[in-house]
Design a protein around this ligand. Structure first.
Ligand SMILES: [Zn+2]
Length: 252
């Protein structure tokens, strides 16, 4: 993939604006709390339900009209790794995680099929929101929670992959913030490079199972099975004994 749209829109900020060893916490201009995971899109309720299923018995989640998620711990015991990272994502006021949840076939810039897509983040320098404000990182992830739910159901781990996506976005934002450098949308090169921000974030909480992509030609014959390719003619996703759980474009 050539120039990343996020990188083009938001050139990297001068390192002189920021003190690396002294991360500045975002201060909301209105004084409201901004320790946020925010879910938007026509499937935001589904995404919320998937997240709640993934941390059942550990966290009680709620979501307000703006899609802002809050969490209460339900146990004194140590949380699972996934529960702990979700709690952190929700309560860390320096990283604002934006989840766009829909059942669209493609991601918003139409460059790839939508399933769970790391769209990068923007690290803002001190001063963005006024002289002593700023320093927050805004992350972006696009998911289809309907498809992910089917994937997780086959693998008998409800909500696990939606949780994976939210944690991936959060970890990516945290890593980018520590480097004071925004990250772009994940590219095939990022996926191959195990030291990329995307790969490091992708590994933290695994998906519920192995994902396979099946590519079809116009006459409906499967022409390729694998990953990291894109053929817009027809694409199916399978997991666990090649059980198909999602088809693009949507079957009528
Ligand atoms: Zn991932």
């Amino acid at each position: 993939m050539s120039v990343d749209p996020l990188a083009e829109k938001y050139p990297s900020h001068s390192p002189y604006n920021y003190t690396l060893n002294n991360p500045v916490k975002y201060i909301d201009p209105d004084g409201r709390s901004v320790d946020d995971v925010i879910i938007t899109g026509n499937k935001k309720q589904k995404a919320f339900e998937e997240l709640q299923a993934a941390v059942k018995g550990e966290l009680s989640l709620s979501m307000d009209g703006n899609g802002k998620v809050t969490a209460t711990k339900l146990t004194e015991k140590a949380l699972s790794k996934g529960g702990e990272f979700l709690y952190l994502a929700i309560t860390d006021s320096s990283v604002i995680v934006n989840i766009f949840a829909s059942d669209n076939d493609f991601i918003s810039d139409k460059s790839a099929p939508l399933l769970g897509n790391f769209m990068g983040n923007i690290v803002t320098p001190l001063g963005t929101f006024g002289e002593k404000r700023g320093g927050a990182t805004f992350t972006y992830q696009e998911i289809n929670p309907v498809a992910l739910s089917k994937f997780d159901k086959i693998n008998k781990l409800p909500g696990k992959t939606t949780l994976h996506e939210v944690v991936e976005s959060y970890i990516g934002g945290s890593l980018s913030q520590s480097l004071n450098m925004s990250a772009g949308k994940a590219t095939p090169a990022d996926a191959k490079n195990e030291n990329s921000i995307y790969s490091k974030s992708h590994r933290v909480i695994p998906q519920s199972g192995v994902l396979k992509e099946h590519f079809y030609n116009l006459s409906g014959t499967e022409i390729f099975r694998g990953n990291n390719n894109f053929n817009p003619v027809k694409l199916k996703y399978s997991t666990g004994n090649h059980r198909i759980f999602h088809t693009i474009p949507k079957e009528k």
